[in-house]
Design a protein around this ligand. Structure first.
Ligand code: TYD
Length: 210
């Protein structure tokens, strides 16, 4: 269980601006706290190798369930090697993607059974859920326009319809899970950062009171 530190995850479709937000949050929180940033899939030597495998555009033959299991394997490793130890030391962990990506992409995007994926998430994380999840909501076409000119990985090549299904999944999750806070990703960077910091500070305060 996460008794000491504070665990934040960032979610959204490709091009929603999570990575920039993560860097800005780390800069701000880093003034007063010890913060560890990770990205998923990735964050450890083993998980980064799984990332290379799963995102490689040549691996178009990966089946949906295989893909889900690979993400879960990468997550299991980063939870045990990095996230849980950091939380036990009392640090703040901020993850660029975590378990909700699996529900949104492999569940709503690929159509895999949702219950299987919820179970898989619980198993591969040992039940470690974020204290707060910031979901950056954006229309897939707008996100696509932002990313023009970048080299696309295997999942980004899936196209707008896929991204629209993924977004639909995130919206369902955000409406049903109180830990997930939805932010409008089309706002200016500073506005998004301010809202994110408000939500994080509220979470930190209520944790300190308990
Ligand atoms: P990444 O380059 O990190 O994308 P982004 O910069 O948009 O976050 O690539 C991660 C890709 O992997 C992204 O398309 C989402 C996908 N993904 C899943 O499909 N399932 C998962 O469980 C995770 C963690 C990521």
């Amino acid at each position: 269980m996460n008794d000491r530190g504070f665990f934040i995850s960032l979610e959204g479709i490709d091009g929603s601006g999570k990575t920039t937000l993560k860097e800005n949050i780390i800069k701000e929180l880093g003034r007063n706290h010890s913060v560890v940033g990770i990205r998923e899939p990735g964050g450890t030597l083993v998980s980064e190798q799984i990332r290379d495998l799963v995102l490689d555009a040549r691996n178009s033959g990966i089946m949906g369930k295989t893909e889900a299991l690979l993400y879960a394997a990468a997550r299991s490793q980063v939870v045990e090697e990095v996230i849980r130890p950091a939380l036990n030391r009392g640090q703040i962990v901020i993850a660029d993607r975590y378990m909700d990506s699996t529900i949104a992409y492999q569940g709503y995007g690929r159509g895999l059974d949702l219950q299987f994926l919820f179970d898989l998430n619980r198993i591969c994380t040992g039940g470690l859920y974020p204290d707060v999840t910031l979901y950056l909501d954006i229309d897939p076409l707008e996100a696509y326009c932002r990313r023009q000119g970048e080299v696309q990985d295997r999942l980004e090549q899936e196209g707008l319809e896929f991204q629209a299904r993924v977004r639909g999944g995130y919206l369902v999750l955000a409406a049903s899970e109180p830990r997930i806070k939805q932010l409008d990703a089309t706002q200016g960077r500073q506005q998004i950062l301010d809202q994110a910091l408000d939500l994080i500070n509220t979470g930190l305060l209520s944790r300190n009171r308990n």
